[in-house]
Design a protein around this ligand. Structure first.
Ligand code: ADP
Ligand code: ZN
Length: 507
């Protein structure tokens, strides 16, 4: 094993987890490796693939990923090829004939390939000695990026009789069990190294001025490369327009662009011609750009797996990088809407639970890094990182008085109103005659609109308020706040926006 590592890759020693995984498959046992992004998952199946001889079949969900891997292998003198839907018939025939001659050591394919009878027949003629599942979480129904075609492949390749090496960077306990069951992987063949990445600083900003914050951040980090993730294509386009207006060099990526444009934009980003990428989550898997200094999420992602995977594209070179999450109430509603579109009820429930965990991440007062790591591995206990928003913001703001004022104002208005109406009334802005006569009118006139929004958000997150159809309702649990001395703490500091940004960038 060490010889292969040295000869083909030029590395002296294996990284944590690699050797153990390789030994399992060399002993003809299927294995699952959960290693962090950049942890060297490819080597886990490539080294035993070379050692075992014959052909290693690599199932990979992404075409861009395949091409890079195959190029790298070929450059190292290892014969490899890939088959995908974008190749011409003649090229495919050529590859197939070389395959039958047994001249390839690695074949990369997308799961959809197995739907072709022709391809399945071809497989029976080949000497396959190892099967690798890259991005293995895509097999699992409980994974954040489930691909049904990926799951179907499993039954088809199990008949080959070769051991499997499944690798992924993100697997919760459920996903891990699911993969184990499907691929018959014993507990002792699961190797999990900490997914902790010490060079990532996690930040949360519940700002209502996302656009301004992002532009400011990008300007302040003009020399750095970064990714900005938004949920919808429309948001990507809108941000891009703003960036253009403000002369900020950037490029975009989403599924609505033609494949040529996507490839062109991706290349511009990877080659640092466009240092900033504004994209939907369609962008990123398999992209190996090491110097990404920040990943900003414009919206709340659907779950922590997606978040960690996307945020984890920062700092692959090991240098300190920032992962910033911006969010507001609307984001939660948008994700809830997406979930409601899921046909399978069981999956819908799981997704709801996962979204709940994602939301909790935004309101926890614990170390953010620790919260993330514990989500993946509840047994791993960590010291506070000292660099995330929560670790840095020890002095939290006691908003108990503001909470009482806001909720009693809402109760006095008597009818459910939107947050902007409530904000106006409590700041003393004219809405209607009745409202101007309330005793709570103008009760918080010294606060800025966004401060009030920040407080309302905390009250929503703590469950004291509900927001339905854009209207605020006081939750029965709010009583305890109104009549007793329950303390409500928030990370939201009611100071002007600019000062807040300065705090962020200074830390
Ligand atoms: P990922 O786990 O994200 O798929 P890769 O397999 O792409 O990671 O590996 C990330 C980088 O780490 C690659 O440049 C790879 O060559 C390098 N690498 C992998 N294993 C080792 C090792 N044992 N020693 C040194 N570098 C390694
Ligand atoms: Zn921390």
């Amino acid at each position: 094993m060490e010889d292969i590592l040295q000869q083909y890759y030029g590395y002296e020693t294996f990284r944590e987890g690699q050797k153990e995984l390789i030994e399992h498959v060399l002993n003809h046992q299927s294995a699952l490796g959960i290693l962090p992004t950049g942890g060297g998952k490819s080597i886990c199946y490539q080294v035993p693939g070379i050692a075992r001889g014959g052909l290693t079949l690599v199932i990979s969900p992404l075409i861009s990923l395949m091409k890079d891997q195959v190029d790298t292998l070929n450059a190292a003198g290892i014969s490899a090829a890939y088959l995908n839907s974008q190749q011409k018939a003649a090229e495919v025939r050529e590859i197939e004939s070389v395959l039958k001659d047994g001249a390839y050591q690695f074949l990369y394919v997308a799961p959809e390939r197995f739907e072709q009878t022709h391809f399945r027949y071809l497989l029976t003629q080949l000497d396959i000695r190892l099967i690798a599942f890259d991005e293995a979480h895509c097999i699992s129904k409980w994974g954040h990026d489930f691909r049904p075609s990926y799951r179907q492949v499993v039954s088809r390749v199990m008949t080959i009789g070769a051991p499997c090496m499944a690798v992924t960077a993100t697997a919760t306990v459920d996903v891990r069990k699911d993969i184990q069951e499907l691929l018959y992987i014993n507990d002792h063949c699961v190797v999990e190294t900490s997914v902790k990445r010490d060079n990532l600083d996690f930040k949360i900003d519940p700002t209502f001025q996302k656009d301004k914050m992002i532009r400011r951040y990008v300007k302040e980090h003009i020399k750095d490369s970064g990714i900005i993730y938004a949920t919808t294509r429309k948001q990507v386009e809108a941000l891009s327009e703003q960036f253009t207006t403000h002369h900020l060099n950037h490029t975009i990526y989403h599924a609505g662009l033609s494949s040529e444009v996507r490839e062109q934009n991706q290349t511009a980003f990877v080659n640092d011609n466009s240092p900033v990428m504004i994209a939907t989550n369609a962008f990123g898997m398999g992209i190996d750009k090491s110097n990404v200094r920040y990943v900003i999420h414009y919206n709340l992602p659907q779950d922590l797996e997606s978040y960690y995977q996307e945020a984890g594209r920062a700092g692959r070179d090991g240098l300190q990088s920032e992962c910033i999450l911006l969010y507001n109430e609307q984001d939660i509603r948008l994700q809830q809407f997406f979930i409601s579109q899921t046909p399978d009820e069981v999956i819908q429930e799981r997704k709801k639970e996962k979204l709940e965990k994602m939301v909790q991440y935004t309101k926890t007062t614990q170390c953010l890094q620790g919260t993330l790591i514990n989500y993946f591995n509840p047994e791993e206990h960590l010291e506070p990182c000292g660099r995330c928003t929560n670790c840095l913001m020890e002095a939290k703001y006691d908003m108990s008085v503001e909470a009482k004022k806001l909720m009693s104002c809402l109760i006095r208005i008597k009818i459910p109103v939107s947050r902007s109406i409530l904000t106006k009334v409590i700041r003393g802005e004219q809405v209607s005659r009745e409202m101007s006569q309330l005793s709570t009118f103008g009760l918080m006139k010294e606060y800025e609109t966004k401060d009030i929004h920040g407080f309302i958000d905390t009250l929503l997150f703590n469950g004291y308020l509900d927001e339905r159809d854009g209207k605020l309702h006081v939750h029965p649990s709010a009583k305890e706040v109104l009549i007793s001395d329950v303390k409500i703490m928030t990370h939201y500091h009611p100071v002007s926006y600019n000062e807040r940004v300065t705090i962020h960038t200074l830390v």
